[in-house]
Design a protein around this ligand. Structure first.
Ligand code: CP
Ligand code: NVA
Length: 295
């Protein structure tokens, strides 16, 4: 988080940190923010991003994941993956000699969560002790937010419909982390209870990529969880509204909230780039400009 803030404040210091490094990005799902923020982060630190569109042929179909890893690791410094199955990422990481970064799977979206809590830190100074509420589907974004909130000592509440709670093993993992940091993880069904006195209210789409066949079934179930001005009125007066985007306007959030004064959604989107710069710097050990070393 510290490096992310530093990369945002002083980008010139990191201008050549990835000098001539090649990073490949295999994406099985659509992306605007994740693709562009990785490419911008890599390019502005002197590296090159190679994007491979896998939306028409899932990874592992033409050749095994292990064989892809054994080829690619000889040419590039890191692999960035956006997948359906989380196992595609973990299997690639087990075999590949270079770092493998999760750019979203059905299970988690960690790069998003780092940028989101960077945004929280900018607004509130620290996430420790803050009441952070996520309303909606207990999905990939929800899982990563819970884990990150717990690591930073925040009090995280998830307000989701019955049968759409986050996965029990991730809740248990987040609670174990929260026990060490002084944070907490609380699951409720009532959206009003979830948001009462919250410092930050976060939502995401009701139907994630890969679950499109459930749109009609989910719409009525998630209706009471829509973040609108009425629901926001139960939060703390200084509360921020957060969304990873893309948003389905007037479905999970109204225009009035998304475009309103409490919304920080475009700060979150901007911070994706700075947070991913920090991640790349940590994984690839780049040197600051002025260190005399350009590797
Ligand atoms: N928030 C996010 O990951 O956006 P994209 O799907 O556009 O990358
Ligand atoms: N939960 C959403 C996030 C998109 C950035 C999805 O997986 O489609």
């Amino acid at each position: 988080m510290e490096l992310a803030h530093a990369a945002k404040a002083r980008p010139q210091e990191y201008r050549w940190a990835l000098d001539a490094k090649q990073i490949v990005m295999f994406f099985e799902k659509a992306s605007l923010r994740t693709r562009l923020t990785f490419e911008a982060a890599i390019n502005t630190m002197g590296g090159s991003a190679i994007f491979v569109d896998q939306t028409q042929s899932p990874l592992g179909e033409r050749e095994s994941l292990a064989d892809i890893a054994r080829n690619v690791e000889r040419w590039v410094s890191a692999i960035v993956l956006r997948t359906y199955a989380h196992e595609t990422i973990t299997e690639m990481a087990e075999v590949a000699a270079c770092p493998v970064i999760n750019a979203l799977s059905d299970l988690e979206h960690p790069c998003q969560a780092v940028a989101d809590f960077m945004t929280v830190e900018e607004r509130f100074g620290s996430a420790k002790g803050l009441k952070f509420t996520y309303v909606g589907d207990g999905n990939n974004v929800c899982h990563s937010l819970m884990l990150t909130a717990a690591q930073l000592g925040a009090h995280c509440t998830i307000g989701s419909p019955k049968n759409y709670a986050p996965k029990a093993d991730i809740v248990a993992q987040a609670r174990a982390i929260a026990n060490r940091t002084g944070g907490s993880v609380n699951l409720v069904n009532d959206p009003t209870v979830a948001v009462t006195d919250a410092d930050a209210i976060y939502t995401d789409v009701c139907t994630s990529m890969g679950f499109e066949h459930e749109v009609t079934k989910r719409a009525p179930i998630f209706k009471p969880y829509q973040v609108n001005e009425q629901l926001m009125s139960h939060a703390a007066p200084h509360a921020v509204f957060m969304h990873c985007l893309p948003a389905h306007r007037n479905a999970e959030v109204t225009d009035a909230v998304l475009d309103g004064p409490q919304s920080v959604v475009f700060e979150q989107a901007e911070n994706r780039m700075h947070a991913q710069k920090a991640l790349l710097l940590m994984l690839l050990g780049g040197k600051k400009q002025g260190s005399g070393i350009r590797d």
